[in-house]
Design a protein around this ligand. Structure first.
Ligand SMILES: [Zn+2]
Ligand SMILES: [Zn+2]
Length: 346
């Protein structure tokens, strides 16, 4: 089978044509209908992380099942068929190693991460900015009803599932819980919306005026500088300043969930450990998510994420042929996600 894949190599993004070998047992080939460029794709393309040669880009998206074995089921136990619309997790896990057994499948000892692998190694088609993605049997998949717009579920596999993991780490909210979310990127915005939907009184902090406008457009509230301390603070910006502020603005007994700083070696912070001790604080890091959290995120999208305002934070779709221009657009920072529609080139 032939597919085009957006590839990062030697400082440039190119569209490569690949000839895929026949798929393996249990693998699912998915024809991408819409993919989204995430901030971490941009990190890769800007050279902020070490990457293998010819990295297949993209790990968010929705597509249609093109080819699969008999008797393959999604996370809900629904049988999958050719033509079903699916979203999927950004990693494949073995399900049997010590980390998988400990509920840390995203750190599986046999992990494969979509959007970060070379097209030279199996299963080759591991980026969503492509005509076809090949899902290994260890990837969590969920069917999406036919009537749901691509745009409303396109970020399921990274931003939304990560937000679900953050909300899970925050724990069930007590009545009257007040939360502050640092960073109105995709993870921060979805986290804030999810917290609001379970009754948390949530405010969002972001210094960028465009992002502030997006917060308001999404029906969320901006944080006041003089607000009293918060029961829960989410650090989703990756800024070391926000991390330090989080410790200053948390109530005694409060919980800080940190999910923003994903690139090691880029920042350090200083804080007095006595603050952590004397204020009885909990500090939890969240990176990626479990299959259950992915399902929570997709269920939330289907119940709450289909309001038109969520479309305002997404770009108009670019054809796959224009993937370089799509990367230029995400770098401009006007949109939380820039969309690419592989099927729109014909
Ligand atoms: Zn991502
Ligand atoms: Zn494992």
């Amino acid at each position: 089978m032939e597919t085009r894949v957006a590839v990062y190599d030697d400082g440039a993004v190119d569209l490569e044509k690949l000839s895929l070998p026949p798929r393996g047992v249990g693998e699912i080939d998915v024809a991408m209908s819409t993919a989204a460029i995430c901030g971490s794709d941009l990190h890769t393309v800007l050279g902020h992380r070490s990457t293998p040669d010819r990295t297949a880009l993209g790990h968010e998206g929705i597509g249609e099942v093109l080819d699969l074995d008999n008797d393959v089921h999604d996370l809900r136990g629904e049988r999958l068929a050719v033509g079903d619309r699916v979203v999927f997790a950004l990693f494949s896990a073995c399900g049997s190693c010590d980390r998988c057994s400990a509920g840390l499948a995203m750190k599986c000892r046999n992990l494969l991460k979509y959007g970060h692998e070379s097209v030279t190694t199996a299963p080759h088609a591991t980026g969503t900015l492509a005509d076809v993605v090949r899902l290994l049997p260890g990837v969590a998949v969920l069917k999406v009803p036919a009537e749901v717009d691509d745009r409303h579920v396109v970020a399921a596999g990274c931003a939304v599932a990560t937000a679900a993991a953050v909300v899970t780490a925050a724990g069930p909210p007590a009545a009257g819980t007040r939360a502050l979310v640092y960073g109105a990127g995709a993870v921060g915005s979805y986290t804030a919306a999810m917290l609001a939907s379970i009754g948390v009184d949530v405010a969002v902090s972001d210094p960028n005026p465009d992002r502030q406008a997006a917060v308001t457009a999404l029906g969320l509230r901006l944080a006041a500088d003089d607000a009293p301390a918060y029961d829960l603070v989410i650090e989703a910006s990756g800024s070391p300043v926000a991390f330090t502020e989080a410790i200053d603005r948390i109530e005694i007994g409060g919980r800080i969930v940190a999910a923003g700083a994903v690139s090691p070696g880029h920042s350090t912070v200083t804080f007095d450990p006595a603050t952590l001790v004397r204020q009885r604080l909990s500090l939890i890091g969240v990176h990626n998510y479990t299959a259950e959290e992915f399902r929570y995120g997709v269920d939330w999208l289907l119940a709450h994420g289909q309001r038109p305002e969520w479309s305002t934070v997404l770009s108009a779709p670019f054809p796959l042929d224009d993937v370089e221009r799509a990367f230029a657009e995400i770098q401009r920072g006007r949109f939380l996600r820039v969309l690419v529609q592989p099927g729109s080139d014909a």
